[in-house]
Write a new protein. Structure first.
Ligand SMILES: Nc1ncnc2c1ncn2[C@@H]1O[C@H](COP(=O)(O)OP(=O)(O)OP(=O)(O)O)[C@@H](O)[C@H]1O
Ligand code: SF4
Ligand SMILES: [Mg+2]
Lengths: 337, 584, 345
């Protein structure tokens, strides 16, 4: 088991390097292949009145004249050794792990990612709890009362939930609950948990609900399908024959088995979400990783884009690993040597 | 399946009703204005809405993106220059008053406007006594000199305007105080005493007072300068200073107790604080403005398309908006380097055949798109004259006249050429299509050529060899001035000397030696009235050559803050004046 | 207990499922008795209602999609009219169940021990430790080697025969007085089948419980049962002692079943003579005798077979009931003269 984990972790690190190289390639190599020169790349970092001299200066400063492998090598090296950036009157040291330095905001990327992670984490964890509770219970009830009014209502609702995009549900719920009824916080009112737990929850309530709505709809459908399948299994018949209470039959035997495939999907969903709940963070102006990614892309701030992409990839890879390990814990039939 | 669709449709309908209710509901919260203009459409366009001297309160602003930079030496956005006056005092500033007077410069840190000598090659400013930085040290002419010189370092401040390095008589190879440490710069700026600063130019420039109104003249204490990081801790000279500054998220300005109202004739400093949120979802900004949860969309470029639709359809909503004209022209360059457009009559045929109503529609109609125009200059530029050399009855073009000119040009059946536009801009695409249709009426056949906007000027439409070789007869273009005067507006788009063979210039079609000469005369003229007279002359001359097809002068639709006092549109920035606002 | 009542008495049991296509009459008027220490075999083709009968006795039906009527008396308690929770408390405790496929019948995510412990603790308020000791004991008694170790194994770590033993252990852990085994050996290979049957036999003797063996394998019945109930289309068509059923069966369907019974003394290819035709629809039973479309003796009833439904009437053996229009004598004659010789040929 331990060697398995180590092997997987090692593979994860290698994978991250490949992803970093690929991302680097996408943002730095492809533009060159389609004809961009170091100067045209540099125009993204200068103002609208920039002279050719300024453009040249910046292209040089950003190392755009160097071969790509050298640029990538510099980037990788900075991760391990840190790097220095000349800011005119001062020199800023970007300490290891220096995952890039933004020439637009004059900030090292890594501390910003760390700074924004709690926001995304808060959003993801809260929403995940909500959607698991909602999705699993609605799905279970629907499956147990298959064909009932509750089932049909829940499934219609969840189809709507799945098919309505977050920027729609988000905007509408903000309009209704924040701006008309004044029950929930307006967009952009995130407060860190460490500052005020109550304001933190107040600001996140609506994003949690909106995100959870989308996911719980999906999870309700998954749970229902899974439950319908497991409730037809022979071991459920056995559980009843033992005289177990119906609730225990449903939960301990039915849901438990139905949960396993959901666990896999949940792991991936959650991992993806940790990389940034892009739409939700955008709609509610939450300063998390997703918003960070959107802003970075809008501003063409490549070091940030690269950093946040890697961070997201990291979470997906780790989530994958955890799911695989958990799978073995949950389903004894796939125990690993 | 059908049921669920109905449900989604129902939810959408519900959302619309609720949003309508939200707007209706928010109307009740609207201020009962005592005095000043009525809360009607354009109420704050030329007069003060809700005038008041009440102090206190916090003004809440939001920016849908990041602030370009708070560093006065590098910031290059109108909204930022508008806002910066709260924490920085340059030599001069635009007057915080409604109407055309708001587009005039007035002394701020300086005691008066600049005194030109040597025929406009030297400009002297006297600095007020008693103006202090937020740490209590007094501002001297050396702090202004340092601020201007540091802004020249384009490696550190690549985004800032480049007027000073272009005009100041700097030593050869000077790269700013960080790299060229200890270099004597007296050839460019001298500070004979703490209260005097003298600028020495390479050539006479009559409009130097506009340079003196740039935020780059806001003093920076050398000891506190951290280069590119200074934007994180700008040292205030205005009535407000930074209390917090969370990069990319928010910042807050609070009162600066070292600011002395006695030294400042322009600022009322009504609110106690300004809170600015960054990177806020643009649609959310509109909704919060309408509900009163937010006061100002600080970027000031107007509402989002979704909100526009709501405002147009709702008279009560519309009454709480202002619709200023911007100093921005959407136009089409007609390139004489591409045959048969080397013939002026062929160009005139295009001027006549173009349907400007279609142009306007492509940009969003009269409210959000702008006003149809026959001139290059927008109306708020001093010296502007209204004219249209190629008029048509209803703005949809004059086909008969166009055909006359085609005949004169030797192409009676029309000709073929290409029209370039920026692929990422749907409005430009719509415009190109509208032109394609209207020019087809006289046999001029246009082929649409989209190009990526990042390289549009450097590689394609602004690259003269490319234009010629690929027969880009027309290309869509747009221009906004750095400040509202003829030099700021015209110099980059009608001066043939800014065209570079290697590409990158906004001027793609105007090469008229006479215009270049007029520009030189105008720019060295130190008498404002005489100078302004040149601009209309240049405008007409370019239009006679028919190398620019003006489309619309842009407009924006602003949601007027209902909770604030002293609201008016600044003619200098064409958005609300941020210096004067108070909390009602 | 009302006098003369047997340990288990089922009277006119009907279990119907109303569906969109019509009412499925899975069990339609079933009556039988069973005493402690005795074994009843219920046989019949697939879909004849055997398992539904078992569900009915164990009170596992959903009131929203099924209709049940009649009486089921277990040790003096009526089950049809009892509350769901009362019946649940009997389940696994007074009456236990052994299922056909022990791999799918045990939960793959819980250890065998856990599942036995769970079964015990539903009905006994004891600590997990005590219950576990019980589980280990039980596993030992059903012949699992090293039960204290194997108790923590998961079902997939057991062989098929061990799993079935574990299932039996789980069923017997609460000392049930009624044991229902639904196809207990079908999934097992022949040698293991024999072991399991021996085991059930021994355990039944030891616990003195009543046993219902549901199967379509008459071999199993021959091995275990005292009485046999033959079901067809949701009804009992012949009910008698095992000896009677094997020696002088009177229903043409039972004859068919016997004909398809595997016998060790014959070569494989001749062993099975399936009954021609297919089982009846439980929604629309054939008019008259349900078996008539497949019955080779139908014309001997003079048209009655396709028009009038036969009643369950006394037949030749003691306590022998048969549902057929043919007179007893003729049936006995047919058996002796025509059917039996063919079966033995
Ligand atoms: N919930 C239900 N709804 C409708 N029909 C049902 C339901 N449960 C069982 N049936 C039907 O009742 C009939 C009898 O089923 P049952 O399971 O008792 O057969 P069986 O004799 O046990 O067959 P097998 O030997 O295959 O196990 C079948 O036709 C089945 O389809
Ligand atoms: S009643 Fe007739 S059809 Fe039915 S089993 Fe007896 S002989 Fe056959
Ligand atoms: Mg069955």
């Amino acid at each position: 088991m331990i060697t398995y984990i180590i092997r997987r972790l090692f593979a994860a690190v290698v994978l991250l390097f490949i992803i970093s190289a690929a991302t680097f390639g996408i943002f730095y190599l492809i533009p060159r292949l389609v004809g961009a020169t170091p100067e045209t790349l540099a125009t993204r970092y200068v103002g609208r009145a920039a002279t050719p001299e300024t453009v040249h200066l910046i292209a040089e400063k950003l190392g755009f004249y160097d071969p790509l492998w050298l640029q990538y090598g510099r980037w990788v090296k900075a991760i391990f050794t840190g790097a220095d950036y000349n800011l005119g009157a001062t020199v800023e040291h970007c300490p290891a792990p220096c995952f890039g330095y933004s020439f637009i905001t004059k900030q090292p990327v890594w501390p910003e990612l760390i700074d924004r992670l709690p926001v995304t984490l808060s959003l993801a964890v809260g929403a995940a709890i909500l959607w698991l509770v909602l999705g699993l219970s609605i799905g279970t009830l629907s499956a147990l009362r298959r064909g009932s009014f509750l089932d049909r209502a829940a499934m219609t609702f969840s189809l709507a939930g799945v098919s309505m995009p977050i920027f729609f549900t988000g905007m509408v719920s903000l309009l209704v609950f924040s701006y008309t009824l004044d029950w929930t916080a307006p967009g952009g009112s995130y407060t860190p948990f460490t500052e005020s737990p109550s304001e933190w929850a107040y600001a996140l309530l609506l994003p949690w609900l909106v995100l959870a709505l989308q996911f719980s709809a999906q999870y309700a459908r998954l749970t229902r399908a899974g439950m319908l399948e497991t409730m037809g299994e022979d071991y459920i018949r056995t559980a009843r024959a033992k005289g177990l209470k119906e609730r225990d039959v449903n939960v301990k035997h039915g849901l438990r088995a139905a949960l396993t495939p959901i666990l896999t999907i949940f792991g991936l969903d959650f991992g993806l979400l940790l990389g940034g709940a892009v739409l939700t963070e955008q709609v509610f102006s939450l300063p998390g990783l997703g918003k960070y990614a959107v802003d970075a892309i809008t501003n063409n701030d490549l070091p940030k884009v690269l950093g946040v992409t890697l961070m997201a990839a990291f979470f997906v890879v780790v989530a994958n690993l955890i799911v695989d390990l958990l799978y073995a814990v949950v389903d004894p039939r796939v125990r690993l040597g | 399946m059908r049921k669920s669709r109905a449900l989604v449709a129902g939810a959408a309908a519900l959302a619309l009703t609720l949003s309508a209710a939200a707007c209706g509901g928010s109307d009740d919260k609207g201020s009962d204005n005592s005095g000043g203009a009525k809360p009607e459409f354009n109420a704050a366009l030329t007069q003060v809405f809700n005038p008041s001297d009440k102090k206190g309160g916090t003004i809440r602003l939001a920016n849908s993106g990041d602030w370009d930079t708070l560093d006065p030496g590098e910031t290059y956005y109108g909204y930022s220059w508008n806002f910066l006056r709260l924490y920085g005092r340059g030599l001069l500033m635009f007057k915080p008053v409604p109407g055309a007077e708001g587009n005039t410069v007035t002394p701020d840190l300086a005691e008066g406007l600049g005194t030109p000598s040597d025929g406009g090659k030297t400009w002297t400013y006297k600095i007020r006594k008693g103006v202090k930085f937020e740490d209590g040290t007094e501002v001297t002419s050396k702090d202004v000199k340092y601020a201007v010189l540091r802004s020249i370092d384009k490696e550190t401040f690549p985004n800032g305007p480049a007027y000073f390095e272009g005009f100041l008589n700097l030593p050869e190879g000077y790269k700013g105080p960080y790299k060229s440490k200890g270099v004597n710069t007296d050839s460019a700026i001298t500070t004979p005493d703490d209260q005097t600063i003298v600028f020495h130019l390479k050539q006479a420039f009559g409009g130097f007072d506009y340079f003196a109104a740039l935020p780059q003249t806001v003093p920076v204490p050398e000891a506190k300068d951290t280069g590119a990081k200074y934007k994180e801790h700008v040292v205030s000279t205005g009535p407000y200073k930074f209390e917090t500054n969370e990069l990319g998220k928010s910042f807050k300005l609070v009162r600066n107790d070292k600011w002395d109202a006695a030294t400042d004739p322009n600022r009322k400093a009504l609110p106690d604080a300004y809170e600015v949120q960054l990177n806020v979802n643009a649609d959310d900004i509109d909704n919060r403005l309408l509900s009163g949860d937010l006061d100002v969309d600080v970027v000031g470029t107007g509402v989002q398309p979704a909100t526009l639709g709501r405002v147009v359809g709702d008279p009560t909503l519309k009454a709480s908006t202002d619709n200023p004209t911007l100093a921005r022209l959407w136009y089409t360059s007609i390139n004489p380097t591409v045959a048969p457009l080397d013939n002026v009559d062929c160009r005139k045929a295009i001027e006549y055949a173009a349907d400007k109503v279609g142009y306007q529609t492509a940009y969003g109609g009269p409210l959000a798109g702008g006003d149809i125009t026959g001139t290059i200059l927008p109306p708020m530029i001093p010296g502007y004259e209204k004219f249209d050399l190629y008029p048509s009855a209803d703005g949809t073009g004059d086909v008969a006249k166009a055909k006359e000119h085609l005949a004169a040009c030797g192409q009676p059946n029309g000709f073929e050429t290409n029209i370039a536009y920026r692929a990422e801009r749907p409005k430009e695409k719509a415009t190109a299509e509208a032109l394609q249709q209207s020019l087809a009426r006289v046999g001029i056949k246009l082929t649409l050529k989209p190009f990526p906007q990042g390289d549009y000027f450097s590689q394609y439409a602004g690259n003269p060899p490319y234009v010629k070789n690929n027969k880009l007869g027309l290309n869509l273009n747009g221009w906004g001035a750095d400040w509202n005067d003829g030099f700021g507006f015209l110099s980059q788009i009608v001066d043939s000397r800014v065209i570079r063979e290697t590409g990158g210039s906004s001027n793609t079609s105007v090469r008229i030696p006479e215009v270049d000469q007029l520009l030189d005369k105008a720019s060295s003229e130190t008498d404002a009235a005489k100078r302004d007279a040149y601009w209309a002359q240049i405008d007409k001359r370019v239009m006679e050559e028919a190398v620019i097809l003006p489309g619309v002068t842009a407009k924006s639709l602003l949601i007027r803050p209902k909770t604030l006092s002293n609201v008016f549109v600044s003619d200098a920035y064409n958005m609300y004046d941020y210096l004067s606002l108070g909390v009602a | 207990m009302p006098d003369g009542q047997a340990f288990l008495e089922v009277k006119d049991l009907k279990i119907h499922f109303p569906t969109d296509d019509g009412v499925v009459r899975s069990v339609d008027g079933l009556t039988f008795k069973l005493e402690r220490g005795k074994t009843l075999g219920i046989v019949g083709e697939s879909g004849s209602g055997k398992s539904v009968t078992s569900l009915g006795i164990r009170g596992i039906y959903n009131h929203r999609n099924s209709k049940i009527s009649g009486e089921i008396w277990l040790d003096g308690k009526e089950i049809v009219s009892a509350s769901q929770d009362d019946v649940r408390k009997l389940r696994g405790n007074q009456m236990a169940m052994i299922f056909q496929d022990p791999l799918s019948a045990m939960h793959p995510y819980y250890t065998v021990g856990h599942q036995i412990v769970e079964a015990y603790r539903v009905h006994h308020n004891v600590s997990k430790k005590v219950a576990r000791k019980h589980a280990v004991d039980m596993l030992g008694r059903v012949g699992i080697p090293q039960p204290d170790r194997r108790v923590d194994d998961y079902p997939h770590q057991f062989s098929g025969g061990m799993r079935q033993r574990a299932m039996i252990a789980m069923a017997l852990v609460n000392d049930p007085q009624l044991l229902i085994a639904d196809e207990p050996t079908t999934a097992l290979d022949v040698t293991v089948q024999a072991q399991i049957m021996d085991l059930m036999h021994d355990l039944q003797a030891e616990f003195n419980s009543a046993l219902i063996v549901i199967t379509h394998d008459l071999g199993v019945v021959a091995e275990l049962a005292d009485d046999v109930l033959v079901m067809y289309g949701g009804r009992c068509i012949e009910y008698a002692s095992a000896a009677t059923i094997f020696e002088r069966p009177e229903h043409p369907y039972t004859w068919g079943l016997l004909g398809s019974m595997p016998r060790m003394d014959r070569p494989v290819q001749e062993r099975l003579v399936p009954i021609a035709g297919s089982p009846p629809s439980l929604i629309n039973l054939p008019k008259g005798c349900a078996f008539s479309p497949r019955c080779v003796y139908e014309e001997r009833t003079g048209g009655l077979g396709t028009t009038v439904a036969p009643e369950l009437t006394r037949a030749g053996g003691t306590n022998h009931l048969v549902r057929c229009h043919l007179p007893t004598e003729e049936r006995q004659r047919l058996w002796v003269e025509e059917v039996k010789p063919k079966l033995e040929a």
